[in-house]
Design a protein around this ligand. Structure first.
Ligand SMILES: [Zn+2]
Length: 202
């Protein structure tokens, strides 16, 4: 382990780099009064931040949470989707998405799985959490039991397919976070299966 914590496996950039440039580009004006924000030292803050010279509003930037699910059938088969949208268009991943501000993590897990696969799930064991500093997200992954619904393609999934644990499409995974979630899931559920080294870019 590299000293940055378990969740650092899935990030490629160093800690301490501040707000990613793509995100900073969206932070130009005060959300309260519309004045152009200024970046620099702010009284009472322990790091430089964007703040409003007119009203004093501080534009805090924190990562968003992505809730993802490893749906497992009663036969022990894992459900993955082939993504129908970017990022990762055409590649395999677990269902999931951004946590909404007015729902619990379990609610998000159920909702995202239903939206992307047509399946109803019951969230179960926590699998892991995975940081992506470059994307300003933390991905949470749960195992979930498939309890109903009908798997079918959706606007967000070109395919919804079941895989045996030894059939995981490692070479075609969309994200590093998917890779490490599957590694952690196998370690507890199928410790005899050795995953290949990571080969995906995101
Ligand atoms: Zn302002």
């Amino acid at each position: 382990m590299n000293g940055r914590g378990r969740d650092a496996r899935s990030t490629d950039i160093d800690s301490g780099g501040g707000v990613p440039s793509w995100l900073a580009a969206h932070l130009r004006f005060c959300s309260r009064c519309g004045t152009r924000l200024e970046f620099g030292e702010v009284a009472g803050e322990d790091r430089e931040r964007s703040s409003c010279p007119s009203c004093g509003h501080i534009a805090y930037v924190n990562p968003r949470l992505v809730v993802t699910v490893l749906p497992v059938t009663d036969e022990g088969r894992l459900v993955l989707i082939r993504r129908g949208i970017e990022p990762g268009l055409g590649a395999w991943a677990q269902p999931g998405g951004f946590l909404e501000v007015d729902e619990t993590v379990d609610e998000a897990a159920v909702r995202e799985t239903r939206e992307e696969t047509g399946l109803e799930v019951e969230p179960g064991a926590f699998v892991g959490f995975y940081t992506r500093l470059e994307a300003a997200v933390v991905v949470l992954t749960f195992e979930a039991r498939v309890i109903g619904g009908t798997a079918a393609p959706t606007p967000e999934a070109l395919e919804v397919r079941e895989f045996a644990a030894d059939e995981i499409p490692w070479a075609g995974l969309a994200f590093k976070t998917t890779y490490f979630a599957l590694v952690d899931w196998l370690a507890t559920r199928h410790p005899g299966i050795r995953p290949p080294e990571p080969a995906m870019g995101r």
